[in-house]
Write a protein that binds this ligand. Sequence first.
Ligand SMILES: [Zn+2]
Length: 184
Amino acid sequence: MKTATGCDYGDTGSQLANGSRLRNDDHFRVAFVFATKEMKREDIKPLVVKCPKCGFENAFNQPYGYHTGFGNQGFLYNEAGNRTLIWSSFDPDYIAVVGNKHPWTLGEESQRRLEAILQPDPSGGGKWLFSNPARCLKCRNPIAEPIGTNVYYLEYDGSLNLDPLGNPGRGLKDAMNVSGKPPL
Ligand SMILES: [Zn+2]
């Protein structure tokens, strides 16, 4: 595991914070399928993202940065940058707001519409916004770029994973305002 500079993605060799891509997509795809279908939670090697500012090693209970495209998922960080909201591209309540578009392809207007109907993070970390980066748990320095800039995401402990694949019965509606409609 490399820890010399920036954040560390262990065996995959990818680095979120500096925006570089994986060096070997095939390896990543194989690892992703294996991880989602075969691995039990306790088998997953933690992902450590070293803060470029304070050096704190932020640990995540995931083997690598999850890829929105392979998972057909959207993600937003809260304003505190310490929780992740995750949902499916195919969530009907999401499609009702922005149409049939993947979350990482949304234009600014669609982003604002979606942000406007989401309730703030229930743990008190503020709004889910497309501009929020992931932040160091110790000093709050950004450690990973927001969606749209970065296709990989970090899932913090206590995050809101509303993708029904793996979370049966959940959906983005669980994070929406009661009306499910954007304010006029
Ligand atoms: Zn830090």
